[in-house]
Design a protein around this ligand. Structure first.
Ligand code: AMP
Length: 545
């Protein structure tokens, strides 16, 4: 017997319609690329998204066409999210930190017809355009007065396009499984792979994301996503915020500690989200200047492991709760969030931070399992580790224009490529990416655990561990560290410190002090580069001081 419930499609346009009618005067505040602060309301964004849909229709864009963006977090980029997907076209966000050849690859692979760019990227597009045969028009995300000198001859001005259009537009209704957005994974080897999101997945993800057991976002909150809109749709925050009437504060290109702090203070931001690299910078800025953000209550950290020392610093020095989250492009991206289990609030600090430093429990909608090399389930005892597999309605079932995916099992599970443990409270902890685990004398060493232990040392700002070949043990760990400003520490001191935190056989074979770690397009340490540097002899030696 079928239920007697209405079958209304879960469309992204319904989120914006809801925000515009229920939270019409809640704001989206942007530090613009041009400089000034711009204020818009959800009602305003809804009108402008409709003007955009009318303009794109006039340009010949229809259902399923790809409209690409190379842009920062701004109200205009939010309008593109809603306007493009709302009309049934597909928004394709591009990471400007990719190598230009990779950028050309993804734009061509996606066969984007229109490219929308912030002023920052106008010179890049001028250089790249000859390699983009499918791109018909470039839209500069600015007004007439700020159009760039090197704008292409047939380049269009975003504000002119909108101004010429009416706000009269009815979002079309279509199947909720229609494609809405396209992001490419930041694969460190091979070509990037396209993840094609659907309306249904995105709406369900926004529900799941903003649950009290995940990343609660209320109307009274002001959220500043540092995570870029070109990285997994800013973790879906622009959808979850509109669904809940949360004020959005968009930092544009101003991602340094001083700019972020000022914007957060001015707009009384209560919650923010980004990768650990950003928070290293912000914490250093706060410590240096004595500035803080009194309104800030929660920081969501994901994309790479949040070191326990960082979680403790936010809590103990600044009274800010860290929500450690894990996910990936293929998962829209949210998989787990580390919130304290009920009853643990009064547990001792060691137990609490031990739990919070794990990647957390699955959000409703995401099923998870860890398995051994024969695909047999492993116990949830917090010790056994294996391949982490997931399934759920906002997890990719394959890759765009690829017939085969090695990561997708025939029984409907997706192999994340991560290796993890799960404990009896259902907290998952990432041990490593499969390819980063170190096998020493037949036993595994977790590079993440070793990095976290090293980053607990007050003189160490950042740490990365790679496996290096060893005749006797197969592989041994090499620890590359960046010192905190003005700190003096040497390899012996680091080793002595680590010997109290990890097993003796985990102690790094080599400790190398470096000026900076190689960081990739999504803010993660590029271990492939470290390995290459080791192989060519440019990463070696002990030392310090
Ligand atoms: P991406 O698709 O670029 O978002 O990368 C996803 C990968 O980043 C995951 O498969 C993990 O390896 C890693 N990752 C994301 N969040 C975390 C986290 N909280 N801790 C450790 N690794 C993470």
């Amino acid at each position: 017997m079928r239920g007697l419930m209405m079958d209304r499609p879960l469309l992204i346009s319904t989120i914006l319609d809801h925000a515009a009618s229920v939270f019409h005067d809640r704001e989206i505040v942007t530090r613009t690329v041009e400089g000034p602060i711009h204020r818009e309301t959800y009602a305003g964004v809804a009108n402008r998204s409709k003007q955009l849909a009318n303009a794109l229709t006039d340009l010949g864009i229809g259902q399923g066409d790809r409209v690409a963006t190379i842009a920062w977090n701004t109200n205009r980029h939010v309008e593109l999210y809603y306007g493009v997907s709302g009309m049934g076209a597909v928004i394709h966000t591009i990471n400007p930190r990719l190598h230009p050849a990779q950028m050309a690859f993804v734009i061509n692979h996606a066969e984007a017809r229109i490219l929308c760019v912030d002023l920052t990227f106008a010179p890049l597009v001028a250089k790249l355009i000859d390699q983009l045969p499918k791109v018909e028009r470039v839209i500069y995300l600015t007004d007439r007065a700020n159009m760039p000198a090197d704008a292409l001859d047939n380049g269009l001005c975003y504000e002119d396009l909108l101004a010429a259009q009416s706000t009269d537009y009815r979002w079309p209704e279509f199947d909720e499984n229609t494609a809405s957005a396209l992001c490419y994974t930041s694969g460190t080897t091979g070509d990037p792979k396209g993840v094609l999101y659907s309306h249904r997945a995105t709406v369900l993800h926004a529900f799941g994301f903003s649950l009290p057991s995940a990343v609660p976002m209320a109307e009274s909150d002001a959220m500043l996503p540092v995570v870029p809109q070109f990285h997994v749709l800013a973790w879906g925050i622009p959808y979850a915020a509109a669904m809940n009437g949360t004020k959005l504060v968009m930092p544009g290109p101003g991602l340094d500690g001083a700019s972020l702090t000022q914007l957060m203070r001015d707009e009384e931001v209560t919650i923010t989200a980004g990768v650990p690299t950003i928070w290293h910078g912000l914490l250093a800025h706060w410590r240096q200047t004595g500035e803080t953000v009194p309104s800030l209550k929660r920081v969501i950290i994901g994309g790479s492991a949040a070191p326990r020392s960082m979680i403790e610093a936010f809590q103990d020095e600044f009274g800010i709760t860290v929500l450690h989250a894990w996910g990936m492009t293929e998962m829209s991206p949210l998989g787990t969030v580390s919130l304290l289990k009920a009853g643990m609030e009064s547990a001792d600090a060691d137990k609490r931070f031990g739990k919070l430093a794990k990647q957390g429990r699955p959000v409703y909608g995401v099923e998870m399992k860890i398995v051994d090399e024969h695909d047999r389930p492993l116990p949830h005892d917090g010790t056994a580790f294996g391949a982490l597999k997931v399934r759920g309605p906002w997890i990719a079932s394959g890759y765009y224009r690829l017939d085969h995916s090695d990561n997708h099992d025939t029984d409907g599970w997706f192999d994340t490529g991560d290796v993890a443990t799960m404990d009896d409270d259902a907290y998952m902890q990432i041990t490593d990416r499969k390819k980063d685990l170190i096998k020493s004398g037949g036993e595994w060493i977790s590079s993440i655990d070793l990095e976290n232990a090293a980053m607990g040392h007050p003189a160490i700002a950042q740490a990365a561990v790679i496996g290096i070949p060893d005749e006797k043990w197969d592989e041994r760990p090499l620890l590359a560290v960046v010192k905190t400003a003005d700190a003096t520490v040497d390899a012996d001191a680091v080793r002595t410190y680590l010997s109290e935190k990890v097993a003796k056989w985990w102690l790094p074979e080599q400790i190398v002090f470096v000026e900076a770690l190689p960081i990739g397009a999504t803010g993660k340490v590029l271990k492939t580069k470290l390995r290459a540097a080791y192989a060519d002899g440019s990463l070696s030696g002990e030392g310090g001081a």
